[in-house]
Design a protein around this ligand. Structure first.
Ligand code: MUC
Ligand code: MG
Length: 380
């Protein structure tokens, strides 16, 4: 039997390429918990636990993700059968309530380890890919309409993105609608525009917002109101042609059932971390498929490891009507993978090779780890 020998975590802080302005915070840095599991046969698996904007997006922070893994999950899993991933996730769920991002990071490393030992991709363990690449949105969130327009035009020219998600909810609703309208007017109808409010609106704000956005031709509005207000989400879903997408409301298959049966969304943004792991994210996708809800591969703005994990999983999901936003590494100033994930022709390509299909760049990790201590400069 191959067992789980050691689970190691490393916290790294990576600066973003520009301020990323969301309704709840502005990100200048992304903090990433890297997980490395060492197995008794010498094999290794990688995972990543990342949230957004400290604790402003959700209840887990980079520090709490690391603490949950080091203090509770690692001791509970040490010595367990490395090939029995579902059994290990059951132990994690019994030992640690909540903390889906921490559980996802460890589960990802277990899938990576198993797939590498078998010499197959993680996608193969989920039934094999139905696609090798998928459409990828870019988020316009500089906080300024003119800067967003220039950024989008540059993306279009480079054929990197033609789907744009605008982060709104910080300004007054009327100003947000004007901001989106200016971007629509500058970019024209050839691009797909979506918005993400990150729960910032009241139901009353949302009624005005959805009406205005619909008139501009925005296709989809993500999590316009508080994730817990399912009856409000249902009213918005029923009341407007613009699609309503659930994001923060989906913390795994249990929530997916509630949202689907309550008619509280047209589309699910599925995130492996928010779902509590790749397997649970696959279950969320199955619920969407079974109930006619559209699917979109969401991100917690992960760096290369978490993004590769999401790509492996979503390469196996037959219906991905709304594409993906798996662009996390592009928002970061520095690449942590030895071979970056490939973005071209408006698509992101699923990494090839065993496991997640990626390797870390050890020098970059050493450079950005939080506990690196004083830098030593060589003399001369
Ligand atoms: C979110 O709420 O969806 C995804 C893209 C982005 O810019 O932020 C995230 C989080
Ligand atoms: Mg969102």
């Amino acid at each position: 039997m191959i067992t789980i020998d050691r689970i190691e975590t490393t916290l790294i802080d990576l600066p973003t390429i520009r301020g990323h302005v969301l309704s709840m915070t502005t990100m200048m840095v992304q903090s990433v918990v890297l997980v490395r599991i060492r197995f008794s046969d010498g094999s290794v698996g990688l995972g990543e636990g990342t949230s957004i904007g400290g604790m402003s997006y959700g209840p887990e922070s980079p520090e709490s993700i690391r603490l949950a893994i080091d203090t509770y999950i690692a001791p509970a899993l040490q010595g367990c059968d490395a090939d029995r991933i579902i059994a290990a996730t059951e132990i994690m769920q019994r030992t640690v309530k909540g903390n889906p991002i921490a559980r996802c990071a460890v589960e990802t490393a277990l899938w990576d380890g198993l797939a590498r030992r078998l010499g197959v991709s993680v996608a193969q363990l989920f039934g094999g890919p139905v696609r090798d690449a998928m459409p990828v949105a870019w988020t316009l969130a500089s906080g300024n309409s003119e800067t967003d327009i220039v950024e989008a035009q540059d993306m279009l020219e480079r054929r990197r993105h033609n789907i744009f998600k605008l982060k709104i909810g910080k300004r007054a609703v009327r100003d947000d609608v004007a901001h989106v309208g200016a971007i629509r007017a500058a970019l024209g109808d050839a691009v797909s525009l979506r918005v993400d409010v990150n729960q910032a609106w009241s139901l009353d704000d949302a009624r005005w917002g959805l009406r205005g956005l619909q008139e501009i031709g925005v296709e989809l509005v993500e999590q316009p109101i508080d994730a817990r207000h399912l009856s409000g989400l249902k009213r918005l879903t029923k009341g407007y042609e613009i699609r309503v997408m659930a994001d923060e409301a989906l913390q795994g298959p249990e929530d997916a059932m509630l949202v689907a049966s309550g008619g509280a969304a047209d589309v699910f943004a599925v995130k492996i971390a928010q779902s509590g792991g790749m397997k649970r994210a696959a279950e969320v996708a199955s619920i969407a498929q079974a109930t006619g809800i559209g699917l979109y591969a969401g991100t917690m703005l992960e760096a290369g490891v978490g993004t590769a994990a999401a790509l492996q999983l979503f390469s196996t999901v037959p219906t991905l009507q709304w594409g993906s936003e798996l662009f996390g590494p592009l928002l970061l100033r520095h690449e942590i993978l030895a071979d970056p994930i490939r973005y071209s022709e408006f698509a992101v390509h699923v990494p090839e090779g065993p496991g997640l299909g990626i390797e870390l760049d050890p020098d970059r990790i050493a450079e950005f780890r939080r506990d690196r201590g004083p830098r030593v400069h060589a003399a001369g």
